[in-house]
Every structure is written in C-alpha cells, then in structure tokens.
Design a protein. Structure first.
Length: 165
C-alpha cells in the first residue's frame, strides 16, 4: 500500500467548489506521470504539457491556477514560458512556479532569475508534500491580494457607463 497523503480531497478555491487546476510542464514522461499522480492524489486537477509550446497551448484551454514548470524544456526554457506575452500569467492571477533538479548552489542563482521574471517560486524536484503546501499557501495569498473581479458588463451597461463619463 502507498503512503497516504495528508491533504484534503478535492481542494477548492472558494465556496463554488472548483478544484485547483495545476498545469505540470515536464518533458520527462516518467517523472511527469509520477508527479501528476501525486498531485491528483492530493485532490488537484492536473494536466501535463511536455514542452513550452504545448504548455502555452494547454494553458489557454485549461486555464490553470498554478503552473509548475520545469526549467529545462526541449523547445525553450521555463523562464521563456514564464515571460511569454502569449500566456500573460500575471494578469490572470496564476501562480507560476519553476522546478528543477539543479544543485542547491545553482538554485540560488536561478532564484534571482525567477525574481527578475516575476516567477512566484523556484523549487527543487521532486514535488513533495512540503512543496505542495508551499504552492497552495502561495495561491491562497495571491487570491487574497488580488482585487475583486467585477462581472463583465452587458452592452447596455457599457453604453450607459460611456455616456455618463
């Protein structure tokens, strides 16, 4: 029997009971599957992308709350994915985390690059319970600090607002 994970099932963002969606960007198939299984067991909804390009395409449809991206991908770096204007991660209130198997000394250098590129976290592989707790706490903090979203106005409301200005 496998070790039980000490997270609640079906982690949700709010009273609407939407599960937390995580996009895992990892080009090593075995590691991607093992990590995804761990995250699913913890109650997250997970999609896997194996390249930067696939991550950007998947993100537009899946609309993740968290992106956990490998630093070294076959077509671009994880920092390139984070910087992609096509994704526009920051305006979508997405927590972006870089993960790598680099040595601890190299991670300190990478953390500086992550800060410069507005990446929320720089983490070591493999993903553990501690890592997941850090991501979920970061997402909660991001959600608390984000301004409340307004409902989109219909055409009549937009016209009335423009006339009143």
């Amino acid at each position: 029997m496998g070790k039980r994970i000490s997270f609640q099932r079906n982690l949700s963002l709010n009273s609407g009971q939407r599960r937390v969606r995580l996009l895992l960007v990892e080009d090593h198939a075995d590691l991607a599957e093992a990590t995804a299984e761990f995250l699913k067991d913890a109650g997250l909804e997970v999609r896997i992308a194996t390249s930067g390009r696939e991550a950007l395409e998947t993100a537009t449809v899946f609309r993740p709350h968290i992106v956990l991206c490998d630093m070294h991908l076959p077509d671009m770096s994880g920092l390139d994915v984070a910087r992609s204007p096509r994704a526009n991660w920051q305006t979508k209130d997405v927590l972006f985390a870089m993960h790598t198997a680099m040595a601890e000394v190299d991670i300190q250098t990478l953390e500086l690059q992550c800060i410069a590129n507005e990446v929320n976290f720089c983490l070591s592989k493999p993903v553990t319970e501690q890592t997941l707790n850090k991501l979920l706490a970061g997402l909660a903090a991001l959600r608390r600090s984000a301004p409340p979203r307004r409902k989109p106005q219909n055409r009549r409301q937009q016209t009335a607002t423009r006339r009143a200005s």
